[in-house]
Design a protein around this ligand. Structure first.
Ligand code: FAD
Length: 523
């Protein structure tokens, strides 16, 4: 085993959104940071979400006001910091007389006490009241508030069954979850963090107020030292806790699987739907990657993190059935082009139903034999920046570092342009690089923002971009993601740095894989 003589201020276990967010915040405050990810960045839960930056309308019924308020406020902060990978969305919530609460939420209990004859019902006036509260708590400047929609005239009513005549429409945001992670990692790296992917933490030993951490990178063993350990291992957090041997710890995390199906495009407008199924759960149908629709999600208890999550047949049927209750056309398995599944690391609050467990997070600071450790439990993409700020604020006094929070108002790489000028950036890119098609330029702007110009700098014709792998993938782009985004194989690029996996053929995958392997060897 090789021993790295460096002593890091903090070593973060986990390259999901929470680990990368903490790495960014801490390195921006002058701390010496190492982040260790056993697979690819965002290979855990952080690429398997519904990809919403949202307050979480349904959490209001659980009276989770702190979480909803923090999340609502983060929407516009994040939108401004990453206008390339995030965008505002309008959600259409079709109304019908049979809408019911999920059982025993605090809101349903309160309503049943006040109006016993309405027990279990979720009347439209209450939904409107909830949306008014949502808008009020958001207190936003950018995203428009709620309005009523006449589905018999609005284009959003067209694909829905004729029985749906009225809806409410409200705002939330979309984000490319996996790119959110990698751009946080890149910013952290640009500010001095050492980001180690394909590297697993095998053991962490508390010694003399510090941590000695054993790492394995493709069988190569290394040991590093850090003053503080941060456990941001998401659904693996309890495995890490067991490894670090805290004195008092009770099981806190409940693993809940959520699956999505991606179908062929089901409607041709840009709004999303929020549907309430006959079991009172809600699902979303969201325009996805131009030609597809994303439908999700489920809430299933997931026993063991060692079992790789996948979308089971019964989850597929559940989602198809729930969507078919709303769309004019029946959906079947043949409409599904892809599925994905992830495991939520939720704080176990004793709820019986998986969908009712709190989505809030907890940051636990403790130590083992005097060596400080911070465990991050739970959380959402939406709250990652605030969560990271809170974690780093806890580290500051331990390191006697005098820094202040800084990430509010600072763009992620490529996001240094006004949030409402995505179209202007697109036009500029097409003018500067006349060989780009509309679709290609849009993809580059949405993935790389202003960095797309830097990536293409000096090119005048398609031939200048090197090898053409088809589907607008060239060696110029692959060289960029290898050099700047820790891409190590085709899957990293096709399914996490992009979603081009939906468009390429197996031969293209092989060629991209082989190009990346050769490039990594020669680097
Ligand atoms: P992860 O992303 O899982 O990262 C943990 C990382 O730790 C993994 O990459 C893993 O490989 C690594 N790791 C573990 N053990 C080790 C080790 N020993 N050594 C090295 N590395 C290790 N949130 C929203 O805000 N909006 C949404 O729309 C939304 N939708 C969701 C839908 C679903 C179905 C799910 C499952 C979640 C959703 N979430 C959403 C929640 C959000 O995705 C998660 O809270 C977030 O991604 C968790 O990030 P994380 O960094 O804690 O965990």
């Amino acid at each position: 085993m090789t021993a790295n003589p460096e002593i890091y201020d903090i070593l973060i276990i986990g390259g999901g959104i929470n680990g990368c967010g903490i790495a960014r915040d801490a390195s921006g405050r002058g701390m010496k940071v190492a982040l260790v990810e056993m697979n690819d960045l965002a290979s855990g839960t952080s690429s398997a979400s519904t990809k919403l930056i949202h307050g979480g309308l349904r959490y209001l019924e659980q009276f989770e006001f702190r979480l909803v308020k923090e999340s609502l406020k983060e929407r516009e902060v994040l939108l401004k910091a990453m206008p390339h990978i995030a965008r505002p969305l309008r959600f259409v919530l079709p109304l019908h007389p049979d809408m019911r609460f999920e059982e025993n939420t605090p809101a349903s209990k309160l309503l049943a006490n006040l109006f016993p004859w309405m027990k279990g019902k979720r009347p439209s006036w209450l939904i409107r009241l909830g949306l008014a509260l949502y808008d009020y708590l958001a207190d936003g400047q950018i995203l428009p508030g709620t309005r009523s929609v006449d589905l018999t005239h609005d284009p959003s009513g067209k694909p829905l069954k004729d029985t749906f005549r009225k809806a409410f429409e409200y705002s939330d945001c979309w984000v490319d979850d996996a790119r959110l992670v990698v751009l946080n990692a890149r910013d952290a790296h640009d500010r001095g963090a050492n980001i180690m992917t394909g590297t697993k933490v095998l053991k962490a030993t508390a010694r003399g107020g510090e941590w000695e951490v054993e790492l394995s990178n493709s069988g190569k063993l290394e040991s590093v030292k850090a003053k503080i350990l941060i456990n941001a291992a998401g659904p693996w957090a309890e495995t890490v806790i067991a490894m670090t041997k805290p004195e008092h710890y009770q099981k806190r995390i409940r693993l809940v699987r959520g699956s999505h199906i991606v179908t062929k495009q089901l409607f041709d407008h840009e709004k999303c739907y929020i549907f309430q199924g006959s079991d009172s759960r809600i699902i979303f149908a969201i325009p996805y990657e131009t030609n597809f629709t994303l439908v999700g999600t489920t809430d299933q208890n997931h026993g063991d993190i060692k079992t790789k999550p996948y979308c089971t047949d019964s989850e597929k049927n559940y989602l198809l059935t729930a969507a078919t209750q709303y769309f004019k056309f029946p959906l079947s398995e043949s409409d599904i082009v892809w599925t994905y599944s992830g495991v939520r690391p939720l704080l176990d609050d004793g709820s019986t139903s998986a969908s009712k467990i709190t989505r809030d997070y907890k940051i636990e600071q403790s130590d083992t034999n005097g060596s400080p450790i911070i465990n991050v439990l739970g959380g959402k993409l939406t709250t990652h920046r605030k969560l990271s700020e809170t974690v780093v604020d806890k580290i500051v006094p331990i390191l006697e570092n005098k820094s202040k929070p800084w990430t509010h108002g600072f763009p992620l790489p490529g996001g240094d342009f006004p949030y409402h000028q995505v179209h202007k950036l697109l036009e500029e890119l097409k003018n500067q690089f006349g060989f780009l098609t509309e679709e290609w330029a849009t993809r580059l702007v949405r993935a790389y923002g202003t960095d797309a110009r830097i990536m293409l700098n000096g090119t005048k014709a398609i031939e200048d971009l090197g090898r053409d792998f088809g589907s607008t993938i060239t060696s110029t782009e692959l060289d960029w993601v290898i050099a700047k985004e820790w891409v190590r194989c085709a899957e990293d690029f096709l399914w996490r740095r992009s979603k081009l996996g939906l468009r390429v053929l197996p031969e293209q995958v092989k060629e991209i894989d082989s190009y990346i392997s050769k490039a990594l060897i020669s680097n």
